[in-house]
Design a binder for this molecule. Structure first.
Ligand code: HEM
Length: 419
């Protein structure tokens, strides 16, 4: 083997395979230590970047690692997944600079900390209401509570929050089910068209009669001195639904299962709810709800000693970078007080998650209320169901729990106006 082949070997790797799903941490740990930049032939071939350094450098080099759609490389569909998912064009995640900037600015205006602060009462309403639905029975599926991010996001956009499950079925399934599975096909053929029609009708309604919701914000905010088209507004809305809904649920459900398995840390957070903020950063690091996303290489180059070629696809494994021992001391130890914590669970560089403040605000409220109101929950670990595919999004489909019944806090129905 030449020096280059041993540095950039061809490996057997498929991040959507059952073997990978069975042990994502082990698989990435082996890759990171043996071949942090490697090539696999799966899905037409792609580079796998698994150490912090390569993920960091790729995500900060938009000229070489493009996020834009290039149908001629890797086929049609969402550019940031491998294989490309059959979604509409997503803005701003599928734009490179300079087109990217005005759209990202428009998104930032409704996702910055001050804007998220205004959503405090909405977040509290849905977290309280979802827990109210189960609190008296003493048994539940914790994955139900994970409907909160979907309801909040849909409400924030001015859509009907009561239909939150339809949005989950559509957008989240495309990035959590195995490509080609029956569930995935149903999402692509039935659920996604429903979302598309409903959201497009909503945009038309708000164009005619704007309100103060996030959809109206995008309709009213100019980019490069002109209004956004309906297609552009749709591209943003579909992205925030698909990007915001599953990720936050994944973070909270993984944290809750881990806290059940680690009762001392659970008790510590119950006794000191103010520690939840810092603990959430560690849960983000070790559970990496978005495990890995993709880019397209724009020119022949040497990257970390490896010969990347124009048109090659590359997978940036955030989950693996988050456990790189060169960046994090004792990376496989979950330390709920770890600080500073420079995890890359929200990505890095210009595309770093626009919804990080919203995601964290929802996650913290969900963790605090579950721990405060049903903190003695017992997880039936034999019946827990994880996503069969953990390649893009890690998480649970089902988490059966029992707990000491409690009392409802709200008399208003869950889907009454949250303002
Ligand atoms: C724990 C929760 C979340 C995680 C782990 C997460 C993860 C990520 C990651 C890794 C990226 C980088 C994409 C890339 O580099 O290609 C991203 C981008 C993005 N996320 Fe999130 N996300 C979360 C919550 C949310 C929420 C709640 C929203 C809703 C507003 C959201 C909206 C977005 C948007 C709009 C982008 C694209 C940003 C851009 O391209 O400039 N995310 N997210």
């Amino acid at each position: 083997m030449s020096e280059q082949q041993s540095r950039c070997p061809v490996i057997h790797f498929d991040h959507h395979s059952p073997e990978h799903a069975a042990d994502t941490v082990g698989a990435y740990s082996k890759l990171r230590s043996e071949s942090p930049v490697a090539w696999t032939e799966s899905y037409g071939g792609y580079w796998v970047l698994s150490n912090y350094k390569s993920v960091f450098e790729a995500s900060r080099n938009d000229d070489l690692f493009s996020s834009a759609r290039h149908d001629e490389y890797g086929g049609e569909g969402l550019s940031v997944t491998i294989p490309k998912a059959p979604t509409a064009f997503h803005i701003p995640i599928e734009l490179d600079p300079p087109d990217f900037r005005p759209f990202r600015k428009a998104v930032n205006q409704v996702t910055a900390p001050a804007a998220v602060k205004k959503l405090d009462s909405v977040i509290k309403h849905y977290v309280t209401g979802f827990i109210d639905e189960i609190i008296e029975s003493g048994e539940a599926d914790l994955a139900f509570v994970a409907g909160v991010p979907a309801a909040v996001t849909v409400h924030w956009l001015g859509l009907d929050a009561a239909k939150y499950q339809n949005y989950v079925n559509a957008m989240h399934t495309l990035v959590s089910a195995a490509p080609g599975s029956a569930e995935y096909r149903h999402a692509a053929e039935v659920a996604v068209p429903w979302v598309s029609n409903t959201v497009r009708e909503h945009i038309a309604k708000r164009r005619a009669d704007p309100t103060d919701d996030a959809t109206s914000h995008f309709i009213k905010t100019p980019v490069d001195g002109r209004d956004m088209t309906d297609d552009e507004v749709y591209s943003i809305l579909e992205l925030v639904i698909s990007g915001g809904v599953g990720t936050t649920a994944s973070l909270v459900t993984q944290a809750l299962v881990w806290l059940y398995q680690n009762p001392e840390d659970r008790q510590r957070l119950i006794d000191n709810p103010e520690l939840v903020d810092v603990a959430t950063e560690e849960f983000l690091r070790v559970f990496s709800p978005t495990q890995a996303l993709a880019r397209t290489i724009m020119q022949d180059a040497d990257f970390q000693g490896c010969p990347v070629r124009k048109g090659d696809r590359a997978l940036l494994a955030w989950a693996s970078a988050n456990r790189d021992p060169e960046q994090f001391e004792n990376p496989d130890t979950v330390d709920i007080t770890r600080w500073p914590n420079r995890h890359v669970s929200f990505g890095l560089g210009i595309h770093r998650c626009a919804g990080s403040h919203l995601g964290k605000a929802m996650a913290r409220e969900m963790l605090r209320q579950v721990l405060g109101r049903m903190g003695d929950y017992v997880v039936d670990l034999d019946k827990v169901v994880t996503y069969p595919d953990q390649g893009t999004n890690a998480g649970y489909h089902s988490i059966p729990v029992t707990f000491t019944p409690g009392t409802r806090l709200n008399d208003t129905p869950l889907f009454a106006d949250a303002e």
